[in-house]
Design a binder for this molecule. Structure first.
Ligand code: NAG
Ligand code: NAG
Length: 266
């Protein structure tokens, strides 16, 4: 599905939270031993770098060393474990265009040629131990739809039934879908959005959305029907972010861009 192409070199300074292990690791799952959140694979040696789950804060990995310098760990692929989300922060990448990318559980290939991309930090969280991930998954279920999908009444009715989106056992009055990749929405909480109050962030760019409005108050789940408003309109979105990291609530949309500059975050 998602095949993200990039190259990252990772310097193993300040490696207190990181263990480099051989691929033939014993695999003994002693109770109490934390399972890894993600594994990075070295292209030639087969060496693995295990990233632990760090629910609170991203870990600074690179203490100013250049990519490819001694002690750097190059990797050709990586795996994010079930129920986990890995976010990587990079410096010097034209290709990424953004400071960070997030990768849900799955296997990823690292194919971009050339040097110049350095991984500066990461955060890896697993939902078993993290409420934020669960909230994000609920947000995603309610509000993120595929880029190729098309907002319409039929779409709304079908999607809301398929995803079982209800409110207190009733048909939800209004539910907005954003047609975008997870990362584009996630980044509204990071460098692609501006804080407008508390934990609310408004997107820097417009997103294609659809507002699904309940068409018949008398119906009960799962038979809710919906009409589409603002179908496929490009609007700025406002989301609530948990700890500036992940969207957990959809606040609304607007045709007005965020006011730039006043937050000092430019
Ligand atoms: C989306 O719907 C509009 C209006 O019905 C239609 O013109 C357009 O071709 C559709 N796009 C896709 C990708 O299905
Ligand atoms: C949903 O619709 C079906 C088919 O019309 C009907 O049999 C069922 O009773 C309805 N359920 C509710 C909760 O209204």
């Amino acid at each position: 599905m998602l095949k993200i192409l990039f190259l990252v070199s990772l310097a193993l300074l300040a490696a207190s939270h990181i263990q480099s292990v051989k691929s033939s690791s014993s695999g003994g799952s002693d109770a109490g031993v934390q399972k890894p959140c993600a594994r990075l694979f070295h292209p030639e040696t087969g060496e693995q770098l295990e990233l632990p789950s760090l629910p609170e804060k991203k870990k600074k990995l690179l203490g100013g060393a250049a990519a490819g310098s001694e002690g750097a760990f190059s990797f050709s692929s990586f795996t994010v474990m079930d129920g986990c989300l890995l976010s990587l922060w990079v410096a010097g990448s034209q290709e990424w265009g953004l400071e960070s990318r997030s990768f849900p559980s799955g296997a990823y290939l690292n194919q971009l040629p050339g040097a110049g991309v350095s991984l500066t930090s990461y955060q890896c969280t697993c939902d078993q131990e993290n409420k934020v991930m669960a909230s994000f998954r609920d947000f995603k279920k309610r509000h993120i739809a595929g880029r190729n999908e098309n907002g319409s009444g039929n779409f709304c009715t079908r999607k809301i039934r398929h995803r079982h989106i209800y409110l207190n056992g009733r048909c939800k009055y209004l539910n907005t879908f954003v047609f975008a990749d997870d990362n584009d929405v996630i980044n509204v909480c990071r460098n692609q959005g501006y804080p407008i109050s508390n934990n609310l962030y408004k997107s820097r760019n417009q997103f294609r959305i659809v507002d699904c409005k309940n068409a018949n108050q008398n119906r009960r789940p799962p038979n809710c029907t919906y009409t589409a408003q603002n179908a496929n309109a490009w609007l700025y979105i406002v989301v609530a972010c948990d700890n500036n990291m992940l969207p957990v609530h959809f606040e609304g949309s607007s045709n007005r861009p965020p006011v730039f500059g006043i937050t000092g975050r430019l």
